[in-house]
Design a protein around this ligand. Structure first.
Ligand SMILES: [Zn+2]
Length: 371
């Protein structure tokens, strides 16, 4: 076990929620402070408000990973007797870095929207609003026959060779590899200056582009040769669709019953509901955050009810007229993010052998109260 630095933690995080998944114009990534330092404690927060910063100081945290970027519009100045200036000053003084993971964490497979779908017991969920078609590549590598099995295993474990619900897919052909080690080489087989012919296997598999870098580095590490011969081809095949929101099924109940379920499972006191409380719901769409823009996706895909935050009066009218029920738990809909990300990061760090404490912020940042 080793104490990681900030870059190492963020590298792990970005394998899970790469920046490339974010919506255009979103402000994500490192916003305040630095990553080139040892990190012993990470706090996961929904928002970075002053009470959250005070909590981070008290708990001696070196890095906050927040869902909502604390700096969204460009700053004109940093004046330390304004609230925002004072917050930045506090963070810098205590050497606390803030990293924002917003729509990339919403879109990520196993991210906010999947945590939300899971919390509401939605099964067989698919993406509600597609935003990204993952590009696929074909990876071909030439391996001495003795190591073919091992390389196929490494490729499969890296996530290459996924076709539908089949993992570890590959195709192998036997052949002869020829090479002449030049002077100054240290060949695994053969000698400098002599033409060598070796029984090799050509292994080919399919790799989604986001996994390519990691797959290549693991493959090269496991390969016995000094110079690994491999090719990467772009493919026209359609890859996995990623995006915002999820839609799937729950066991049939009334809208009123489902609204109660949302309250209990998302731990919110009150929800706003649009629609006939006695109508039946079975197909449920969810979208973390503000889902006003996407209600027609929910209608189009046949949802009986749409669970999202911050619904406007006029969106509610439009939905009502189209016969789409809505449950709005406010921005609380994203509460699941703190626990979800904490557990995900803890598991990743444990697997990487990092000794670091990761915990959710306990401060409440919801500005609304119900009286
Ligand atoms: Zn949000």
């Amino acid at each position: 076990m080793k104490i990681p630095n900030g870059h190492e933690i963020i590298q792990l995080f970005e394998q899970f929620a790469p920046k490339s998944l974010a919506m255009e114009g979103d402000k994500i990534g490192l916003q305040i402070g630095r990553l080139n330092k040892k990190i012993e404690r990470v706090m996961v927060a929904l928002d970075v408000l002053e009470n959250v910063i005070d909590e981070a100081i008290k708990k001696d945290v070196q890095l906050i990973i927040a869902h909502h970027p604390p700096i969204f519009r460009p700053l004109k100045n940093i004046v330390t007797d304004t609230t925002q200036g004072r917050m930045i000053e506090k963070l810098l003084k205590h050497d606390i870095a803030v990293y924002a993971a917003h729509t990339n964490l919403d879109v990520a497979k196993g991210g906010v929207n999947d945590w939300l779908a899971k919390a509401l017991g939605i099964e067989d969920s698919e993406v509600l609003v597609p935003t990204i078609d993952t590009k696929l590549t074909k990876l071909v590598v030439f391996v001495p026959a003795s190591h073919a099995e091992q390389i196929r295993h490494v490729l499969g474990e890296a996530g290459a060779g996924f076709i539908g619900r089949y993992s570890h897919c590959s195709f192998s052909t036997d052949g002869t590899g020829r090479f002449m080690p030049e002077e100054g080489t240290n060949p695994y087989i053969g000698q400098s200056g002599a033409l060598e012919a070796v029984d090799e296997v050509r292994i080919e598999t399919i790799v989604p582009e986001p996994l390519l870098k990691k797959t290549l580095s693991l493959m090269i590490k496991a390969h016995p040769y000094e110079e690994v011969a491999y090719d990467v081809y772009p493919l026209e095949n359609k890859g996995e669709v990623l995006g915002l929101g999820r839609i799937g099924k729950v066991s049939e109940m009334t809208l009123a019953e489902f609204a109660e379920k949302v309250k209990t499972n998302l731990e919110v006191e009150r929800v706003r509901v649009v629609g006939d409380l006695t109508s039946k719901v079975k197909k449920v769409a969810v979208l973390g955050g503000d889902g006003n823009k996407y209600f027609s996706h929910a209608k189009f895909k046949g949802a009986d009810v749409y669970v999202t935050g911050d619904i406007y009066y006029h969106t509610a009218h439009d939905a009502m007229m189209q016969g789409l029920n809505i449950i709005d738990p406010g921005h609380n809909v994203e509460k699941v993010m703190k626990k979800g990300l904490t557990v995900t990061l803890q598991n990743m760090c444990k697997e990487a052998g990092f000794e670091v404490e990761i915990f959710p912020s306990e401060e409440n940042t919801n500005p609304f109260q119900f009286i």
